[in-house]
Design a protein around this ligand. Structure first.
Ligand SMILES: Cc1cc2nc3c(=O)[nH]c(=O)nc-3n(C[C@H](O)[C@H](O)[C@H](O)COP(=O)(O)OP(=O)(O)OC[C@H]3O[C@@H](n4cnc5c(N)ncnc54)[C@H](O)[C@@H]3O)c2cc1C
Length: 288
């Protein structure tokens, strides 16, 4: 399949990119790794007249510490997330998740910013960002702002981004030392999007859960923050009965599409199963 004709622009700064995107309005799209956008263009599901390539903007690259946060430039690739020792030490769920995104070929080019900005409920990183309490740095016509990942997703392919906005970075508060974590993803084959997936970050104290956050992937039009399920777990030793109640609470907020990955009821059930597995692995990894 061949995409429709488009003009290609390669700005050198965020300001220039925002100016171009604002000028083109609905006719323009930011291009990052292109591994979601170009397939959509080939299917003619997206037909932008102007592509604004972010690859030449140095400010969108790199990973840095900023106080208790880690800030990743939007153009950091999934591969760079995998190989970063700093990220593996401080926020290990990122490497675990990145390794489950697509395949190495896609990860070499696909970016973290593109993954979270895309708004596809099948993308893995948004639920992890919701779980971690991350926020997105966005620059637009009116200047810079930050949007919590938990407020960013509004519907399938609908986000808080407005025309002309560029997501410039992802800011993640570093979880406590000794935290437990896991990203459990059910997929039909290597490289597939999730049938259902669950991200867990928790801390334990005296054998009991002191804090817990849960994100769910691809079981609704948006990634989900399973706040009630996490609340049920706090104060427990993650005994089987409490975990069952939490899994039921997580399943209750899902509303998956019925597609080639299975009927809606199956995918809902798998969200609970993925959460149960993620909790067991997170507990085994947690200290305290
Ligand atoms: C075979 C295959 C399998 C895949 N499997 C998975 C998977 O299992 N899990 C998963 O999570 N993903 C998967 N993907 C998607 C892949 O991770 C994409 O790379 C990712 O979704 C988008 O990142 P990108 O950098 O390629 O963005 P692009 O495709 O360039 O852009 C995606 C969208 O985001 C917008 N955008 C990008 N960057 C910005 C920015 N900085 N500011 C504002 N808007 C921006 C673009 O305008 C576009 O609308 C798969 C892709 C392929 C081809």
């Amino acid at each position: 399949m061949i995409p429709g004709a488009f003009a290609y622009h390669r700005p050198n700064s965020v300001k220039e990119a925002v100016g171009l995107l604002a000028q083109f309005g609905d006719e323009g799209r930011a291009l990052a790794g292109g591994h979601s956008l170009i397939p959509m263009m080939k299917l003619r599901l997206a037909t932008p007249a102007h592509l604004v390539d972010l690859a030449g903007i140095a400010d969108l690259k790199g990973v840095r510490s900023d106080g208790n946060d880690v800030v990743l430039g939007a153009m950091v690739t999934q591969h760079e997330v995998v190989v970063s020792e700093m990220l593996a030490t401080k926020i290990p769920i990122l490497r675990e998740t990145s390794l489950q995104v697509a395949d190495p070929q896609v990860r070499y080019v696909g970016t973290l910013g593109g993954n979270v900005a895309n708004g596809d409920p099948g993308n893995d990183m948004p639920a992890v960002m919701i779980c971690l309490g991350a926020s997105y740095h966005v620059t637009g016509k009116k200047g810079e702002r930050r949007i919590a990942a938990r407020d960013f997703y509004q519907g399938a392919y609908f986000t808080a981004l407005e025309t002309g906005d560029v997501l410039t970075a992802v800011r993640i508060p570093v979880p406590a030392v000794g935290h437990g974590y896991a990203y459990e993803k059910l997929k039909r084959k290597i490289g597939d999007y999730a049938t259902a997936a669950a991200a867990v970050v928790l801390t334990m104290s005296g054998g009991k859960v002191a804090s817990c956050s849960i994100g769910l992937t691809n079981v609704a039009e948006t990634p989900l923050w399973a706040e009630e399920a996490a609340k049920i777990l706090v104060g427990s030793a993650l005994d089987a009965a409490t975990v069952r109640r939490a899994a039921a609470a997580a399943e209750a907020i899902t509303a998956p599409a019925e597609d080639a990955r299975g009927p809606a009821r199956y995918r809902t059930k798998m969200a609970g199963v993925m959460l149960t597995r993620a909790l067991a692995r997170a507990k085994a990894r947690a200290r305290g």
